[in-house]
Design a protein around this ligand. Structure first.
Ligand code: MF3
Ligand code: CO
Ligand code: CO
Length: 271
């Protein structure tokens, strides 16, 4: 496996798939309230993808050593770090939930996730969600030709740890295109000036998982769900980005995407 560099046609395909993934999250947003089950969220997402003419990349997804993933998206509640499987337990006021959507459109993959606060959450939970969003953007703004993946990881790690949080090591961002998970691996920690050099046409995700407690994780018996070992809260946000000749373009944007944090000046690609 090698890194794939997308040409204009590939970039056009990625733009569409990524926008559709983000629009699935937009569609779900008003429904994520106390009392809804994650299974219902999954059903709404499946309906939305059908209407889009996209298909879920996660339903039946089976990397080597895993059972087939059984749902159209992932829902990771509170101390669940990632890959939570939708179930019949209603969400309750104060929960935080990551909803992670990956769609395929015309063979191209778009992958994005957001945190949702159910009703009203504690100050600590809100702070975790907000700072994890900022952490993702600290990584995104590093992206430009000539920068290295270690710059991205370091920016995220430095910001998260300076705020007293920890960064999950076992899961990372990834190249994406006509394959769900391709090279390179995008670690959310690292050293500046190290790692793969970024070049125009690369598309990859940045998707930090940040814990309020220790960074260690554990897999549940279902073969998918990842939780914090110490049961501390965990948050994650994810965008798919393109390396442009001058910087980056965030591909997984739509009408309902939260605005970038104030420290993000302008989208270099769009400026
Ligand atoms: N969307 C996840 C990611 O960001 C992967 C989910 S794989 C699944 O890479 F099978 F758990 F859905
Ligand atoms: Co991803
Ligand atoms: Co994802």
């Amino acid at each position: 496996m090698t890194i794939t560099y997308k040409d204009e046609a590939g970039i056009a395909g990625m733009r569409v798939a990524c926008r559709l993934a983000s629009e699935v999250l937009d569609h779900l947003t008003p429904h994520i309230k106390p009392g809804i089950t994650t299974r219902e969220i999954d059903r709404l997402a499946a309906e939305c993808m059908k209407a889009q003419g996209s298909i879920s990349a996660t339903l039946g997804y089976q990397p080597a050593g895993y059972p087939p993933y059984p749902a159209s998206l992932c829902t990771s509640v509170n101390h669940v770090v990632c890959h939570g499987i939708p179930n019949d337990k209603p969400l309750k006021k104060g929960d935080i939930v990551n909803v992670d959507v990956t769609v395929i459109k015309d063979g191209w993959y778009g992958d994005t996730s957001r945190m949702f606060i159910v009703g009203e959450a504690s100050i600590a939970a809100k702070r975790l969600c907000a700072l994890t969003y900022e952490a993702m953007w600290h990584g995104i703004v590093q992206v430009k030709p000539g920068a290295r993946l270690g710059d991205v990881g370091w920016a995220i790690q430095k910001f998260a740890e300076s705020n007293g949080f920890s960064v999950v090591r076992e899961f990372c961002g990834h190249g994406i295109g006509q394959v769900f998970h391709e090279e390179p691996q995008v670690l959310h920690y690292g050293k500046p000036g190290t790692g793969e050099e970024l070049k125009p046409g690369m598309t990859f995700t940045i998707e930090p998982m940040i814990n309020t407690g220790r960074r260690e994780v554990r897999e549940l018996g279902d073969g998918w769900t990842i939780v914090t070992k110490d049961h501390s809260l965990s948050a994650q946000w994810e965008h798919t980005v393109l390396v442009t000749p001058t910087g980056y373009e965030v591909l997984t944007l739509s009408a309902g995407s939260p605005p970038p944090p104030a420290f993000v000046k302008a989208e270099p690609a769009l400026a």
